[in-house]
Design a binder for this molecule. Structure first.
Ligand code: TXA
Ligand code: MG
Length: 326
């Protein structure tokens, strides 16, 4: 078994990672949200390797990462809402679903048969450097096996793919811990309505200052409006009990704000949602390793980033389901 290789962010390693992408290999790289499992978005074989490595259902399309708005416009057809949103939030944790440009050169596998593509300009300085060096669009889902918890450090990626023989020689570019810690907000602006497909790193309120009222996609069913928003996701192997106010026997508490009992794990002792978002996935991983009977999660307010945090927790708590998200 070959291990994934963690690389520091010097120029030699950046060049090595860029070469790997040009050769059709995968490279895991940091963004401000979570680490991505990147491949050349113009190459069928490379994109298909993402699906294989993650064991991701092929119907679930990928987000395409580019260095700037000008490059995004070569891939998708912009409209006035796209212009306004890109001006307001790019680079940053927002993905825009827009009509795919014919002849954009991207692998059809990226959009899983849809006529649209989700594009994003990440803000992480190392992601920016990497995209500029590679000089082609990079398709990247979160760098975790399907259904499991998204990675917010290079070590998370390392452990996620350690036992995976298909991830031989997976290069992992280390950019430290992700600042936001939750995936990008995904909004569909390909039609007349502005539809929130996935709450994420930019709050609904902030988006609405640009777009007006959002329509929220109903995702808790078997035919989700965004293919990736199926019920179970972000899941530790330990069961989760949400909105817990006290602790039952065999449980460990994941706190938020002041806790009823002492706990090593508190998303934010001061009740700060930005801090809680940044800690969420790493704490779920640590708790999973401690292997309690159950993880009892205190209530997180349903406002601001709390909407996205609650979305992730609900999916993490969902029972095993025949359709899965990644
Ligand atoms: O923050 C993020 O968005 C991270 C980093 C690496 O950029 N990426 C990420 O990718 O979370 P992934 O594959 O785990 O989630 C992509 C989501 C899925 O829910 C997928 O269904 C949706 O975006 N999506 C992608 N393309 C779409 C499209 N054309 N139409 C509707 N939904 C789309
Ligand atoms: Mg994911």
């Amino acid at each position: 078994m070959t291990r994934p290789v963690i690389l520091s962010d010097d120029d030699n390693n950046l060049a090595r990672c860029a070469r790997a992408i040009s050769n059709g290999q995968l490279v895991a790289f940091p963004t401000e949200t979570v680490y991505g499992l990147g491949a050349d978005a113009t190459c069928d074989v490379a994109v298909s390797l993402i699906f294989e490595t993650k064991q991701r259902p092929r119907f679930n399309p990928l987000i395409v990462h580019v260095a700037d708005t000008a490059t995004a416009k070569k891939i998708v057809q912009f409209n006035s809402r796209a212009e306004a949103l890109a001006d307001a939030f790019w680079p940053g944790p927002l993905s825009l679903v827009l009509p795919r440009r014919r002849n954009c050169g991207l692998s059809l596998l990226v959009s899983a048969g849809l006529d649209s593509i989700a594009v994003r300009v990440p803000a992480h300085p190392l992601a920016q450097k990497f995209l500029t060096k590679v000089d082609r669009p990079i398709a990247a889902p979160s760098a975790n096996p399907s259904e499991e918890i998204s990675p917010t450090t290079a070590l998370h990626v390392f452990y996620s793919f350690l036992a995976d023989s298909s991830s031989d020689n997976l290069l992992v570019l280390d950019g430290g811990a992700c600042e936001v810690g939750l995936e990008s907000s995904v909004i569909d602006i390909s039609g007349e309505q502005t539809v929130l497909l996935r709450p994420g790193g930019i709050t609904d309120k902030a988006i609405e200052t640009v777009t007006g009222k959002l329509t929220v996609a109903k995702n808790d069913n078997r035919i989700p409006s965004s293919p990736g928003m199926l019920r179970r996701h972000y899941a530790p192997s330990t069961p989760l009990r949400l909105n817990a106010l006290s602790l039952k026997e065999g449980e460990i508490l994941l706190g938020f704000g002041p806790t009823p009992v002492n706990t090593q794990f508190n998303l934010s002792p001061s009740g700060n949602l930005v801090e809680a978002a940044a800690n969420l996935f790493a704490m779920l991983r640590a708790l999973d390793t401690a292997a309690p009977k159950c993880i009892a999660v205190m209530p997180i307010p349903l406002e601001g980033l709390g909407l996205a945090i609650n979305d992730r927790l609900r999916r993490a708590a969902a029972p095993q389901f025949e359709l899965t998200d990644t």
